[in-house]
Design a protein around this ligand. Structure first.
Ligand SMILES: Cc1cc2nc3c(=O)[nH]c(=O)nc-3n(C[C@H](O)[C@H](O)[C@H](O)COP(=O)(O)OP(=O)(O)OC[C@H]3O[C@@H](n4cnc5c(N)ncnc54)[C@H](O)[C@@H]3O)c2cc1C
Length: 400
């Protein structure tokens, strides 16, 4: 049977929207995008959060670079402070979507199955459609890390940072935050400012605060040589990872080193003062967690314990595409992978013909930029270039 679409994009976050903006330029290509626009940003980041990425790294890509944050600021006649507040960025994403794909299909994809002509997609309302190609831009929401010590404890008592949007509701409560990344530290600051009694527990010997760039910037042009405007990664590495096609040609161990260094848990400089009054216990981890009289009892590796009304897991995300609920094991097993990341070709295609991955899952191949909004430009342009040179947009995809 003839497929309904040449390409389906799964996910309407920054990567899915950028892909839609670029693919719709290809004449004759029938593209459909599924998902609630900017859902992860609207529902899974803490209210009151500020973007860590600087202004030049916060534009979602479109072919003419006409839908930037600057264009949004002009079109909406509003002042947007820096760092950019979360709600303003969400409004920007929704504006971008309204310009590019007003007809986005808000249904979720429940399952993808391979078929003779490409893929069958089952949707959450029970209906289905067929597409020759599928571009997965489903983000990191499925990859939240929940340490096993907390298994079985109720979400009212223990939740991952991505499950607790309204951090201000914890006013007056005792909260333990685990983790030393931006999400953990900023949630801690927001809860502290809302009147919660917060303690942060960190496995590493210290918290890493970003800040070298600000100091090096005093050196003028030297700073420009060492840091790209995206500001991802330490001096030098920042310049290399800003060029994903170059990253691919470094030996594997060096590429992995770039990824680790650019993504190591760290807090933005502007959080330092906001975290000053919050106790941060380093070199410490939780050995067990249980419920005691409605509170969470945490036992720590130094022999001490803590009681808290709430534990917030700022424990990050580990890419593992087999955890995407819409990707059945039979299909995910066909994708060539390394530690949960798909190995991709130049056009972001996986080893399964017609199946593409954008965003964080593409970082094993294209480096750490792919975790961030600034990676949308490279990803969407390369994806569109790949689609544009296919012999015909209607070409059938072989079954692996
Ligand atoms: C707390 C926090 C702060 C961050 N701050 C920054 C920052 O300041 N700057 C920055 O560049 N990056 C930041 N990031 C990283 C950010 O997640 C990525 O930059 C960005 O979201 C990547 O876009 P994406 O489209 O890949 O993923 P997402 O924005 O997560 O979009 C994926 C979309 O896919 C949808 N989806 C998933 N499954 C389905 C399905 N089955 N059917 C339909 N739709 C589906 C989801 O609803 C979601 O909307 C932050 C991350 C976190 C957790």
């Amino acid at each position: 049977m003839t497929p309904d679409f040449d390409a389906v994009i799964l996910g309407a976050g920054p990567y899915g929207l950028a892909a839609a903006a670029h693919l719709r330029q290809i004449e004759g290509l029938e593209v459909r995008i599924f998902g609630e626009p900017m859902e992860f940003w609207k529902c899974h980041m803490p209210e009151g959060m500020l973007l860590r990425s600087p202004w030049p790294a916060s534009h979602i890509s479109d072919p003419a670079a006409a839908l930037t944050m600057d264009a949004f600021r002009g079109a909406s006649s509003r002042q947007i402070p820096v760092p950019v507040p979360l709600d303003q960025f969400v409004d920007y994403g929704l504006w971008f979507q309204s310009q590019v794909v007003p007809e986005v299909d808000r249904r979720r994809v429940a399952e993808i199955r391979q078929s003779a002509e490409g893929f069958d997609l089952l949707l959450n309302d029970g209906s289905s459609c067929r597409s020759r190609r599928v571009v997965i831009a489903a983000g990191i929401g499925s990859f939240a890390v929940r340490p096993p010590q907390f298994e079985g404890l109720p979400p009212d008592s223990v939740s991952h940072a991505s499950d607790h949007r309204n951090v201000r509701s914890l006013s007056g409560k005792r909260v333990v935050v685990l983790g030393a990344g931006q999400s953990a530290l900023e949630s801690a600051a927001l809860m502290h400012e809302a009147g919660a009694e917060v303690e942060v527990i960190v496995r590493s010997p210290s918290v890493h605060w970003l800040g070298w760039k600000a100091r090096i910037q005093k050196l003028g042009p030297v700073a420009k040589l060492l840091y790209s405007p995206y500001d991802i990664g330490p001096a030098g590495v920042s310049r290399i990872v800003a060029l994903p096609n170059m990253v691919r040609y470094f030996p594997r161990n060096i590429q992995d080193g770039f990824r680790k260094r650019a993504l190591r848990p760290a807090g933005a400089r502007w959080l330092v003062d906001r975290c000053k009054a919050i106790p941060i216990k380093t070199n410490t981890h939780v050995t067990s967690a249980s419920l005691k009289a409605g509170k969470v009892l945490l036992k720590l590796n130094d022999g001490t314990s803590r009681e808290a009304n709430k534990v917030l897991l700022g424990t990050g995300y580990h890419v593992d595409i087999s955890r995407y609920p819409f990707l059945p094991p039979a299909l995910s097993r066909l994708v060539d992978q390394v530690n949960g990341f798909p190995k991709l070709k130049a056009g972001f295609e996986s080893s399964v013909p017609g199946l593409y991955f954008l965003g964080a899952p593409s970082a094993w191949t294209f480096g750490p930029l792919m975790y961030f909004v600034c990676g949308t430009d490279f990803a969407a342009r390369n994806l569109a270039r790949h689609f544009a040179v296919l012999p015909s947009p209607k070409i059938a995809v072989g079954v692996a």
